[in-house]
Design a protein around this ligand. Structure first.
Ligand code: PEP
Ligand code: MG
Length: 833
């Protein structure tokens, strides 16, 4: 064992721990004090004891934490408690030397090997149980490996086989015990040899002494009755343990990644801080102001059920109208997915439990306001009590929308407007309704922290879109913060620092300034063409839906429009826009783009985008049903006016391409192109490029066969991810997992690019990952030619591409393809500054 590990401060002689737990805690604390482990590893030591026996034999125990907690080990170390009187470890097993091991990499093995040798040498071991000099322990454990005599004449037994160990953490006690189990089932003598050393396969300690590491080639041999079967079964057991070992190592690596300190601001001094859950990134410096949650006093004024029912009906209708207006306003300012928050809230008003409960309370003689309020509260409490942060988020939505109905029923309950806050306010609140968040005065509110809620709550989503640093779920202690305290909110780390020193304030300000400078640099270069550091061109386009958004997109640096989602022309209205209205829109879009490329996507109705007036049949699995191209082919009365409008717009001579969504077969392409061609001929319009969206794995896998029939591909990674991973893109619990950087999705993208290249077609990506700077870098590395994104993301994506040469992105993309999870890909991409 190396000298570095044998630190006298980590040796405690003459200990008398009251219990096994006390001993483990004492040794764990020594490791923590020496900076070897994070304090949480102490619990991991205790947990390990519950699932495994760490008693090695002959008075030595080797407690160590769970494999998956290895990230909590900061550096390798071993804490030794000498217990002269012994401590009962398990019935019949007394420990005199407790060696608590915190090991990074396979240092653990070297230690085990040394301890097991000592274990067999009682003459040296027993004095160590009582010695009063820690130097004796150090000397005994320090014996260098080289001095250990190799086993004489290492030879295999009669029947032998070879296997290369592929356990990432080498041979440690858990898999070694499986080997022993397998070996003991055979009547034969079985042996494992590595180089010049051999071990009895039926003896755990003997096996551990081999100190086997990943990649070591071992010889497994046997002699005596059924030796051949014995060897075969033993090698089989060795192989079978591989998967579990590799999985455990992968989990440990993922935890390590999750716990690795992120780049971001760190206070210079130890500040009092409240932890929460990071909800929206960024740093806010200001004064903490408490927004006390108002408890509404709702009067109970009984009225007849008929009257109460009518009033409730009207209040619900008015609230629906209000939410629809709010959604429109939010869509215009923030975007479609933020607007969807209010559509989802409107859905809550249709909850039959809610209406039923309100009516029951009115039947029981209560007033309509009281009954409604009670029903909302009871349901919200029931949801919150389930302890699921995702459902807690829905409870907040329910209360928010419930309040709106209540104010319709009795406007006097509306109460006062939120207090006036000073400049640079960090708002602390029990929870904040999404509609309140959307209405915050951002010239004053610089950060937001809530005691309740979760990171997927709509409030958190809105905060992210507003660029407001936020944390949620900080617990009730948040509301005990003294009103007016100076504070720094770190939305990346999910921490609220209180009463920062001048030095901390200065460093936080400097950090913020550096961020602003970086953003300014990106903004200043946003009009430069999209290209890598060595000049490889990647076209950067915008996803916009209406002509009035075009000027802002160009101003943001867009080189054209890569995705115009035309279904938005059909939503939020009572009838489909006719050919003339559509023509006007397409011409206006062409006009606004001043000759830049425009890709119009044909109507993509179905799935999450339902249009009530089309009266489409209800489907159990709308994402797997009649949507996109399938619907267009089935409903020609929707497709043909759109195509006519598009070909008429093409006659203007300005660029225009048509793209079809949700293609999964060549037959769909040929049918759609046939219809396009007959419309074109009828109108005597010019040919236009016709492309397809690749959003179904089938299309990606057949890309080389589809490419000759289309002019381009645009990969819709939002849908491609949901179909490749079988995860509903709107599922609240799966959304975070449904990451388009999943290697399976990246492989489909690679296949699409290769299929297109074989026929000299170009490939774009218009799903959300194109606007993620790191995602864009991988896509460029995979050979994608165009990226289309929300205008907001353009400057940072262009900046990322300009910083790196194509060869570097290609090499990263190549590595990403062989990762086994999206997390691993993201970890890899951290290398990209
Ligand atoms: C996609 O699926 O990635 C895409 C761009 O289309 P939409 O998000 O409109 O389904
Ligand atoms: Mg799609």
């Amino acid at each position: 064992m190396s000298d570095a590990l044998l630190n006298p401060q980590l040796i405690r002689l003459g200990c008398r721990p009251a219990s096994k737990e006390a001993a483990l805690r004492e040794a764990g604390q020594m490791l923590a004090d020496a900076g070897c482990i994070a304090p949480d590893y102490i619990d991991s030591l205790l947990r390990r004891e519950a699932v495994a026996n760490t008693y090695l034999g002959n008075g030595i125990a080797i407690p160590h934490g769970m494999v998956e907690d290895r990230a909590l080990v900061l550096r390798t170390g071993v804490a030794i408690l000498q217990i002269p009187d012994g401590l009962e470890w398990n019935p019949g097993q007394r420990t005199h030397l407790l060696c608590a091991i915190a090991a990074r990499s396979d240092d653990h093995l070297a230690m085990l090997r040394q301890l097991t040798r000592l274990l067999q040498d009682e003459a040296r071991l027993l004095p160590l149980f009582v010695t009063g000099d820690s130097a004796d322990l150090i000397a005994a454990l320090r014996q260098p490996e080289e001095e250990l005599p190799p086993d004489a004449e290492a030879q295999d037994l009669d029947i032998s086989d070879e296997w290369r160990l592929d356990y990432p953490n080498g041979l440690h006690a858990r898999p070694a015990a499986l080997w022993v189990d397998a070996a003991r089932r055979s009547p034969a003598q079985l042996q494992v040899r590595h180089g010049n050393r051999t071990a009895d396969a039926k003896n755990l300690i003997s096996l551990l002494q081999l100190g086997l590491r990943q990649g070591d080639l071992i010889a497994v041999s046997g002699r005596g009755p059924q030796a051949e079967t014995g060897v075969r079964q033993l090698v089989k057991a060795m192989r079978e343990a591989s998967l579990a070992e590799q999985t455990a190592a992968a989990i440990a690596a993922q935890r390590a990644a999750a716990q690795r300190p992120r780049a971001g601001w760190r206070p210079a001094s130890a500040l009092i801080s409240l932890p929460g859950i990071a909800a929206s990134p960024g740093l806010a410096i200001g004064e903490a102001r408490i927004l006390a949650g108002e408890t509404l006093q709702v009067p109970d004024r009984p009225i007849s059920l008929a009257e109460g029912g009518d009033r409730l009906h009207e209040a619900l209708a008015a609230t629906r109208r209000q939410l629809s207006q709010l959604a429109d306003a939010t869509q215009a300012t923030l975007g479609a997915s933020e607007a969807a928050i209010f559509h989802a809230q409107a859905e809550l008003l249709n909850d039959t439990d809610l209406i039923t409960l309100s009516c029951q309370l009115m039947v029981a003689g209560h007033g309509v306001e009281w009954a409604w309020h009670q029903a909302v509260e009871r349901l919200a409490e029931k949801i919150s009590a389930l302890g699921n942060p995702l459902l807690a988020a829905r409870a907040a939505d329910l209360r928010d929308v419930g309040r709106r109905v209540l104010f319709q029923l009795d406007s006097s309950l509306r109460g006062r407007a939120p207090a006036e806050f000073g400049l640079d306010t960090i708002l602390l609140a029990p929870d904040l309704a999404p509609s309140d968040t959307a209405a915050l005065d951002l010239s004053r509110i610089k950060g937001l922290a809530t005691a309740h809620g979760g990171p997927t709550a709509h409030t958190a989503i809105l905060a992210r879109t507003l660029g407001l640093p936020a944390l949620v779920a900080a617990g009730p202690a948040l509301l005990d913060v003294a009103d007016g305290s100076p504070a720094i909110l770190d939305g990346d780390a999910g921490r609220l620092y209180l009463n920062p020193s001048e030095a901390d304030l200065a460093s936080a300000r400097a950090w913020l300034q550096a961020q602003r400078d970086e953003r300014d640099r990106q903004q200043a270069e946003r009009q430069q063409p999209g290209q890598t550091a060595d000049g490889a061109r990647i076209e950067i386009a915008a996803n916009i839906n209406r002509p009035d958004q075009a000027a802002a997109a160009l101003e943001a640096g867009a080189e054209g429009v890569g995705l115009m989602r035309t279904e938005f022309l059909f939503l939020e209205r009572d009838a489909a826009p006719d050919e003339e209205e559509q023509l006007k829109t397409y011409l206006a879009m062409q006009q606004a783009l001043q000759g830049r490329p425009l890709i119009v996507r044909a109507l993509d109705i179905g799935g999450d985008k339902q249009v009530p007036y089309l009266n489409l049949p209800r489907e159990d699995n709308p994402f797997l049903g009649m949507r996109g191209a399938r619907l267009l082919l089935a409903r020609r009365e929707l497709l043909e006016p759109q195509l006519r409008a598009l070909y008429r717009a093409a006659k203007s001579g300005k660029p225009l391409s048509i793209m079809f969504p949700m293609i999964s077969s060549l037959k769909e392409i040929t049918r759609l192109k046939g219809i396009c061609e007959s419309v074109r001929q009828e109108l005597d319009a010019p040919q236009v490029p016709i492309g397809i969206m690749v959003e179904v794995p089938a299309a990606a896998l057949l890309a080389d066969q589809l490419a000759p029939y289309v002019d381009f591909f645009s990969i819709g990674t939002n849908d491609l991810t949901q179909y490749a991973l079988a995860m509903d893109r709107q599922h609240p619990e799966l959304a975070a997992e449904a990451d388009s950087l999943h290697p399976a999705v990246l492989r489909l993208i690679r296949q699409t690019v290769q299929g297109a290249a074989a026929h000299q077609r170009w490939v774009g990506v218009c799903g959300g990952i194109a606007g993620d700077p790191q995602g864009a870098a991988v896509l460029a590395g995979l050979g994608v030619n165009e990226l289309s994104m929300s205008p907001h993301d353009i400057a940072s994506v262009k900046a990322m591409l300009r910083r790196h040469p194509l060869a570097q992105l290609q090499s990263l993309a190549e590595q990403a393809l062989s990762c086994d999870s999206a997390d691993e890909v993201r970890q890899l991409l951290e290398a990209l500054a």
